[in-house]
Design a protein around this ligand. Structure first.
Ligand SMILES: [Zn+2]
Length: 156
């Protein structure tokens, strides 16, 4: 018998602690969030963030444009009690707050690098073997958002 999405999903979660940890693949280049292969057939298969899937399995569809944030600041956590809806502005504020005091200038986001000359974060994407510049930003997170938007094959 075919397992439902919910069964497949929760089988990959360690619920022994307060934070429920995603035990399958994580998106290292995107802050360590869990990733989950959603969709019941090859035709509608897509890779989604595990914490977003957890929120949807618990609460229903995520409103368009909304993001799912972690109250616990623990990216691999998928405990619905630790997830809240927010918008991109909330998320950037969280990340900036957390990033304060960071000494290194190596981005942990894919496609983001520090432009020392201009003292800004540079966003770039790889397309057909070439690098496409997507602009420079004051914050690493703004640059990462632009890169994420560019890679439309991923569901955010
Ligand atoms: Zn948590």
């Amino acid at each position: 018998m075919r397992r439902t999405t919910a069964e497949r999903f929760w089988a990959k979660v360690d619920r022994s602690g307060d934070c429920w940890l995603w035990t399958a693949g994580v998106w290292k280049s995107r802050g360590g969030y869990g990733k989950f292969q959603a969709g019941s057939s090859r035709a509608n298969a897509r890779v989604v963030y595990a914490h977003r899937q957890a929120w949807e399995l618990t609460n229903g569809a995520i409103p368009e444009g909304a993001i799912v944030r972690h109250r616990c600041d623990n990216p691999p956590c998928v405990n619905p009690d630790h997830l809240v809806l927010g918008d991109q502005t909330d998320n950037l504020r969280d990340m900036q707050r957390r990033g304060r005091g960071r000494t290194g200038l190596t981005s942990h986001f894919r496609g983001v690098s520090w432009d020392r000359g201009r003292q800004k974060w540079q966003a770039h994407a790889y397309h057909n073997g070439t690098t496409k510049a997507l602009g420079r930003f004051d914050s690493e997170e703004e640059a990462a958002v632009i890169v994420n938007k560019y890679y439309k094959e991923f569901v955010l």
